[in-house]
Design a protein around this ligand. Sequence first.
Ligand code: FCB
Length: 430
Amino acid sequence: MPSEFAFPKDFLWGAGTSAHQVEGDNVHNDWWAWEQAGRVKEPSGLACDHYQRFESDFDLAASLGHNAHRFSIEWSRVEPSKGQWDEAALAHYVEVVRALRRRGLEPVVTLHHYTNPQWVAEAGGWANAKVVDWFARYTERIVKTLGDLVRWWITINEPMVYVHMHYVEGEGPPGARDMRQALRVTEHLIRAHAVSYRILHDAGPMQVSIAKYLPVFIPCRRWWPLDRWAASLTDRLFNEGFLEALTAGQWRVPGVRQTTIREARATLDFLGVNFYRRHFIRWGPAPRQWLGSSCDLGHHARDVTEITPMGWDVHPDSFFHTLTRGARLGLPIFITENGTCLTDDERRWQYLLRHLEAMTRAMEAGVKVIGYLYWSLLDNFEWAKGFGPRFGLIEVDYATQQRRIRESARRYAQVCRRNTLSIAPPRAAG
Ligand code: FCB
């Protein structure tokens, strides 16, 4: 017999997006410039035209039983050139938040989701220490505009992924592959987060965090000590150290100053967790990777049962592991992203269901989870991979901008509405 798991009464259910991936025509940011320079498969263009269509998109989210929604503010729209604030863009985001509230959707606002105004990029981007002041000013402006209407804030989306993708792998602007710069950028992201955290708190009773990408790192060859060493060092750098900086104010990493780390102490009110998959790490000379290089899933990991079109494995037990581990920080956990681009919609639903089950197992084991936001509400622009991967609960036809609700979205809607999950009994071994 399946059992029913009842979620806490005020549990937040919904989905997320980010500005550049859905809004369209974000002409003043560095990703746009990067796309126009032909550095990616296809440009973001009009994307989902969500900047114009947010009202009807939120109608769909509300019709799917959601009571929360995460989106990001596009810094380059509100400050298209240094110190020049675009009042119409600010008013737009006020309207976005009001539109959510009118539909009973709690807004969860991200201040930085990978993109920067082009003027910031031209001035050296996140490698320039001044970015901390610029980001602080931007936060002040946003909090002045939206502070009365928003309680949940994510300062920076996946800081370490941002560093890795833009300064180690060079997959996004400025396309750097430079470890020293990467560490400098890490330092500035930590400072910017800490400053922004304080500004938000000075404005009212806010709940502030980052969205931390928290994958599980597995040695490619589990028996090989050097792979094990590389996996655990990557984990230390990418996951644990970073979180220790923002909680205990402790982390020793070359290139990041101790004053920065100390100032970041206690700057998370909850832990925002983004979870998708495992990473398989192999030791080896890999100058562009953090430490080890990743390996071919098929060859090295015998327990990989499913691989998405992005080459990501599916492993809900690792989600359970991530949650129980994250809980050790003593903060409530908010799942700010979890989702898949599996093309078969039944597989998408299975992914979602298995991850929800893993989450409820973690909750039964005492982990305090306060919300779950699927990535993403809509199919969207998946950065360097273009429009190929489809993560949406809602399918988007990019030629006509028509939306179609997927079956997986309807099944997820039942969970959101009932605020319960029927859990299948564990399968018998053998
Ligand atoms: C996360 C990003 C998000 C999206 C998903 C698939 O790492 O935060 O923008 O690209 O991956």
